[in-house]
Design a protein around this ligand. Structure first.
Ligand code: AMP
Ligand code: ZN
Length: 139
């Protein structure tokens, strides 16, 4: 399903041009227009999902298989030293385009990429309780 007025629906389905690296029935992979580093690209499903919470299992499975292939191809072609896979969900998490996309961000010594957080402190008792609750939701 496509969503009206969604820029990534239009790009993924070829209605708006992009610097496409790869395309199949389910996904388009294209370079980010404002790259964090050389080779920064996006893996975008052709079907519209607002975010990870909405994505179906079949697409999710295919997505990460493709991500591994894109990662290896970027590694082969660019002189990258590492790679961040970033995927933002919700405004507070930094999402600005509300059609699911996965960032593939090659890393190089001296680059200006900033993906990080300040390590916190764990309360082991609280973690144990939470592990059970969240785990129960998954099963
Ligand atoms: P996010 O903040 O995770 O929602 O990321 C959205 C990303 O989409 C940003 O890195 C933008 O630079 C990128 N972007 C937005 N419009 C385009 C476009 N037309 N072509 C390629 N990348 C885009
Ligand atoms: Zn869309």
């Amino acid at each position: 399903m496509k969503k009206d007025d969604c820029i990534f629906c239009k790009i993924a389905n070829g209605e708006i041009p992009s610097t496409t690296i790869y395309e199949d029935d389910d996904f388009r992979v294209f370079f980010d227009i404002a790259p964090a580093s050389k080779g920064h690209c996006l893996i975008v499903p052709k079907e519209h999902f607002d975010n990870v919470f909405e994505m179906n299992e079949e697409t999710a499975g295919k997505l990460f298989v493709l991500a591994t292939k894109v990662a290896r191809s970027l590694k082969k072609e660019l002189n990258l030293e590492g790679l961040n896979i970033v995927q933002n969900n919700g405004t507070i998490a930094g999402q600005t385009v509300f059609h699911f996309h996965m960032h593939m961000i090659p890393r190089y010594t001296g680059d200006t990429v900033n993906v990080g957080w300040k390590p916190g402190e764990a309360d082991m008792e609280e973690l144990s309780k939470l592990a059970k609750k969240v785990g129960d939701n998954i099963l």
